[in-house]
Unconditional design. Structure first.
Length: 459
């Protein structure tokens, strides 16, 4: 039965995506599937050929579409770090995730903005997604910034950042609302935000240089900042990077970051949502201290340590989901969390550390575990976590249907798929043959509710 449920869920998830991006085509026109590259674009009525864009170092010279049979396509503004989206045929061209693309004189015309049109030409029937052979800088053709230096030349976004890299000379440059320094691996670290926007985008490149790090205290006490969209694949976020950002409501820790440093989000009193993706191995001391609006947190299975006072004073925190086997907490890691009744099995305090309530659930032999409503506590917790994730997923799909062109939502969808794989793996570890009657009943009830929610999302 478990395999049947998994197969049904997979079908429903595909249907939910199709509902957002158009119906997958039953038949395809021979001319559409294949690889399309930028031919030219027009801005305010002025035409720029691909060769001109490349000469200017403009990222759009590498724009790429790979249209696949079966209703899926890969779209990338710079040839790299693109997204998989749905496509379907229309009378005059195709629909790319609800964006109409018109076939005009053998080219696909995409209106990006009211005054900006992109034209793609087909170069092959290949449906393979490949790296561009000569990636270019994403520096804007009309904005210049810090001077080039021998030690830190502009590097394409796919550069492998080095954790051992050091600042080149410590000299501070300024561009696009940021102060930054060059590193020996050819990247830059943002050291201070000096802009005034309430919504801040951190792109993969600033001034033509790839962004690898957000420095310690870079946004500290920027009390006016409400949202930060992190597009850059940074490998490090420094201590206190967002401390005292009292209006910041949500943040995604990218999969490229492995450590959440000390006091990173301390006193972010409006922070309601934190998404921790990928392979975070530790959460530092006071990392989320006094995040009074935070109600739940997912701790990935890769995490093995939580520092002192990491979540102390999170007075709204009700639920902690942990997908791993064991993580050790420092003193008062979850102190002053009055709405948090208990911690998941696997989260334990280090020897000699004070829990200051709630008490961590001690590992116990399953045969001696107390049953809750006739079920093992860890089983019910796993089922509730599974259902909570799909509640989040369905809520996201509803928002996505309302805003299908929002690139931030497109990026979040990819991250949700990563989390989904982990959640499903944890769910499927429960063998039906080992469940008692109450557990089997609850297992089927949860599965039924999740499937119904996915059906509702597909409309």
């Amino acid at each position: 039965m478990k395999k049947v449920i998994s197969m049904v869920l997979a079908v429903l998830m595909l249907l939910s995506l199709a509902a957002c991006g158009g119906k997958a085509p039953d038949t395809v026109k021979d001319g559409y599937p294949g690889t399309w590259i930028i031919d030219h674009l027009t801005i305010d009525g002025v035409t720029y050929a691909q060769s001109e864009l490349e000469a200017l170092g403009d990222y759009r010279s590498q724009a790429l579409l790979v249209i696949k049979e079966g209703g899926q396509a890969y779209a990338a503004e710079s040839g790299l770090n693109g997204v998989i989206i749905a496509w379907s045929e229309t009378e005059n061209g195709i629909l790319l995730d609800d964006d109409e693309v018109i076939m005009e004189d053998g080219l696909l015309r995409l209106e990006v903005y009211d005054d900006e049109l992109w034209y793609f030409r087909k170069v092959s029937d290949s449906q393979l997604i490949e790296k561009p052979t000569e990636p270019v800088s994403t520096e804007s053709p009309v904005e210049t910034a810090a001077p080039e230096s021998e030690d830190a030349e502009p590097t394409a976004p796919e550069v492998a950042f080095s954790a051992d890299a050091e600042p080149v000379d410590g000299e501070v440059y300024v561009s696009e609302g940021f102060e930054f320094v060059h590193y020996t691996d050819g990247s830059i670290a943002l050291t201070k935000y000096i802009g005034s926007d309430t919504s801040v985008d951190i792109y993969q490149e600033i001034a033509g240089y790839p962004v690898s790090r957000i420095g310690a205290g870079a946004f500290e006490s920027c009390a006016f900042v409400e949202s930060i969209y992190l597009w850059a694949k940074v490998i490090e976020i420094g201590e206190g990077a967002f401390r005292n950002c009292t209006k910041l409501e949500s943040f995604d820790v990218p999969s490229s970051v492995t450590i959440i440093a000390d006091s990173t989000f301390e006193n972010c009193t409006s922070l309601e949502n934190i998404y921790i993706w990928g392979k975070v191995t530790s959460i530092g001391s006071s990392a989320f201290r006094n995040c009074a609006a935070l109600e739940s947190v997912d701790i990935p299975s890769s995490c093995n340590s939580i520092g002192e006072s990491a979540f102390e004073g999170c007075t709204s925190l009700e639920t902690v989901y942990f997908w791993g086997q064991n993580v050790t907490c420092g003193t008062a890691a979850f102190a002053d969390c009055p709405n948090l009744k208990e911690l998941p099995k696997g989260i334990v305090y280090a020897k000699g550390a004070s829990s200051e309530k709630p008490e961590a659930s001690e590992p116990v032999d399953e045969t001696d575990a107390e049953l809750v409503d006739g079920m093992r506590p860890e089983f019910k917790e796993a089922m509730d976590a599974y259902e909570a994730f799909y509640d989040e997923y369905c809520d996201f799909m509803i928002r996505y249907q309302d805003n299908p062109t929002d690139l931030m939502l497109v990026a979040q969808y990819g991250q949700l798929l990563i989390k989904m794989a982990e959640v499903n793996e944890a769910f499927e570890k429960w063998d039906e043959s080992e469940l008692n009657n109450e557990e089997l009943k609850y297992y089927l009830e949860v599965s039924s509710r999740v499937m119904q929610k996915l059906v509702d999302v597909t409309g």
